[in-house]
Write a protein that binds this ligand. Structure first.
Ligand SMILES: [Fe+2]
Ligand SMILES: [Fe+2]
Length: 294
């Protein structure tokens, strides 16, 4: 069964708009082993990411909402609302996605354990916000790569392909919100201190992320009866760095975060957003066109 959508396309959507779209992709009813080209490594690249998301996205929402009432910039507070609704829909769909994985025999509970632990390390709200900024940059990076090359997902099973394209589009739409909040709540922090806060949070995020991802990849493969010896990891390296090279494509964009003046708003993604919306609305037509909001 295909998914269902109950979102409306406005007659004049601006590329800068954050638009939550309530779409159900029906992954749970369509659980598919190796849904990405019948290839375990390509599939675990996506499934392994989904393991982080329900817990991660709830964390992002809490991190930003903590500051929402303290902001004097009403426009930014409204953006937090759009952001939170988008992330809440993502959480719902990735919970279904992970249940689908569990129904195929993967030990999702075991794979989620270190994610919960890692997200519990930072206690200070500002540090949690900085971690959210770092992860938002990583998700925006993966989303940019996904939207630039939708052909890479062309032969993947439709419910999964649609979910990832929808998620990528909305991550780009809200890519700047977390960092805007960080800047708004630290007006007196010298630039170099904010920079250190940002990059140390990125370092503290990316290293555990890689370790957990690799550990979970091993658990995932073992469930499928695939030996995780040298041959497996050589092929893993081939897929992530060479063909199609998901991580190689991400690396230059990830590194931009380390530039002192980094601001997601400086990269113009209007064309990417237009392309992503056109793709999504063609695959999953909105309920009806409506007059522009406001
Ligand atoms: Fe998300
Ligand atoms: Fe996000």
């Amino acid at each position: 069964m295909a998914g269902s959508s109950s979102f409306t396309q406005h007659a004049a959507e601006d590329e800068a708009d954050i638009i939550p779209r309530d779409i159900r992709f029906g992954i749970l009813g369509n659980a598919t082993r190796h849904w990405y080209d019948g290839d375990i490594i390509k599939t675990v690249m996506a499934d392994g990411l989904s393991i982080f998301l329900p817990e991660g996205e709830r964390y992002f929402i809490r991190s930003l909402k903590h500051y929402a009432s303290k902001l004097t910039d009403r426009e930014l507070a409204a953006e937090i609302n759009g952001y939170a609704v988008q992330e809440a829909f993502h959480t719902r769909e990735h919970e279904d996605y992970n249940k689908a994985m569990a129904s195929l025999g993967y030990d999702v509970e075991e794979m989620e354990k270190p994610v919960r632990f890692a997200l519990g390390v930072a206690k200070n709200p500002l540090h949690r916000l900085a971690v959210t900024c770092a992860i938002e940059h990583l998700t925006a990076t993966l989303s940019t790569v996904t939207l630039r090359r939708p052909d890479l997902l062309e032969s993947a099973a439709a419910p999964y392909r649609r979910l990832w394209m929808w998620h990528a589009l909305e991550e780009i739409e809200h890519k700047a919100v977390a960092l805007d909040v960080l800047k708004a709540v630290t007006p007196d922090l010298p630039g170099w201190k904010r920079y250190l806060l940002r990059v140390s949070a990125m370092n503290a995020t990316v290293i555990p992320f890689l370790l957990i991802f690799l550990r979970n990849t091993r658990l995932y493969a073992r469930t499928d009866g695939v030996k995780t010896g040298v041959r497996f990891w050589l092929r893993f390296i081939w897929v992530v760095f060479f063909a199609p090279g998901f991580w190689r494509r991400c690396m230059p964009l990830v590194l931009k975060y380390y530039l002192p003046g980094f601001d997601p708003k400086n990269s113009d993604d209007a064309e990417l957003v237009r392309k992503g919306r056109a793709w999504l609305y063609q695959e999953m037509p909105p309920a009806a066109a409506a007059a522009p909001a406001g």
